[in-house]
Ligand binder design. Sequence first.
Ligand code: DQA
Length: 158
Amino acid sequence: MSGNSILVLNGPNLSRLGKREPEIYGHQTLDDINRGVAESFPDIRFVFFQSEEEGQLLEKLFECEDRGGFIGVILNAGAYTHYSIALRDAISAVGLPVVEVHLSNIFAREEFRRSSVISEVCMGVISGFGANSYHLGVRSLLGIAPRKKRITVAVNGD
Ligand code: DQA
């Protein structure tokens, strides 16, 4: 794992954020969320991609793996989370860590949303923190990426 790029990949209906059920997904548009993420992590080069189509999400994952230089992927797969075996297989196939994120808490909603077919092949799941789920996802990825420099932590003044 090397480089300083992160792919932020969003699936179907997330292009409608801002208008779409704001009581569940908030008032920010996807552009607002992406801008906020980019501003919070100025040292990271972000590639933002959204599609309504499963195949395009898979292709973007493969493209980023092939291009190289990616720390990992923040993925909000939207409804594909709950049934796309193709997406699950693609996540397994790529050698990039993927953090699954959701704006809403999928475990506190309808029964069908409580299961994710992709969680098992992701590094972890962040769900229910609105736009902050993406920020936490980036922080998690940076935490699991190998550090170039050794960091010394002083505990109790040692
Ligand atoms: C979502 C939750 C999914 O169940 C839903 O299909 C979405 C958005 C979220 O961010 O809360 O499209 O992934």
